[in-house]
Design a protein around this ligand. Structure first.
Ligand code: AR6
Length: 178
């Protein structure tokens, strides 16, 4: 398994699936969600509406898959991160679930590569150091538990801002991921 740290815009990632930090409605929004919808084009919103028709809403910590349309990535995995409420509302386990379920979904579709943004660290207010620790720890756990039996060969962490990048560099070393 190759785990890479990347500084930049996730919409440019040439992987099988990019992960979107969405909300319960899957109707788009600001931040990385807005950037992904803009780059994918209007068919992505139509596909999200179809998903919502089927499931009602996407709960926190869950992940669903659509095509990627105009994106270089073939698929988008939409996951809903937790809103930070101070740390005693299961924010950490919900965030871990976003990473774990996105990886499970990618593997269940036979995908070989996936790119993650820093879920919940924008408007949802999750502290960046803790979010980087949860993300790297969870991915490490998933690799140890599941990757031997999986098509997935490449996992990218894509950091848009310097602060997240700095924390990921540190946490990935601590987790022996780089
Ligand atoms: N590529 C990679 N990362 C990005 C990009 C990009 N193009 N743009 C922003 N980021 P946020 P959240 C980073 O707010 O906190 C939306 O409105 C950004 O630096 O996008 O999970 C949804 O609809 C930050 O570190 O997501 C939800 O309502 C990270 O993406 C809500 O925001 C996440 O910030 C979700 O909030």
């Amino acid at each position: 398994m190759e785990v890479k740290l990347i500084k930049g815009d996730i919409t440019k990632e040439n992987v099988d699936a990019i992960v979107n930090a969405a909300n319960h409605t899957l109707l788009g929004g600001g931040g990385v969600d807005g950037a992904i919808h803009k780059a994918a084009g209007p068919k992505l919103l139509a596909a999200c509406k179809e998903v919502i028709k089927r499931i009602g809403s996407c709960p926190t910590g869950e992940a669903v898959l659509t095509e990627g349309y105009e994106l270089p990535a073939s698929y988008v995995i939409h996951t809903v991160g937790p809103v930070w409420h101070g740390g005693d509302k299961q924010e950490t386990s919900s965030l871990a679930s976003c990473y774990f379920k996105s990886l499970d979904l990618a593997a269940s579709k036979g995908l070989t590569s996936i790119a993650f943004p820093n879920i919940s660290t924008g408007v949802y207010g999750f502290p960046k150091e803790l979010a980087a620790e949860v993300a790297t720890y969870t991915v490490k756990q998933w690799i140890e538990e599941t990757a031997y039996d999986s098509t997935l060969k490449e996992i990218h962490f894509v950091c848009f801002d310097d602060e997240n990048y700095k924390w990921y560099e540190q946490k990935m070393v601590e987790q022996n991921l780089i």
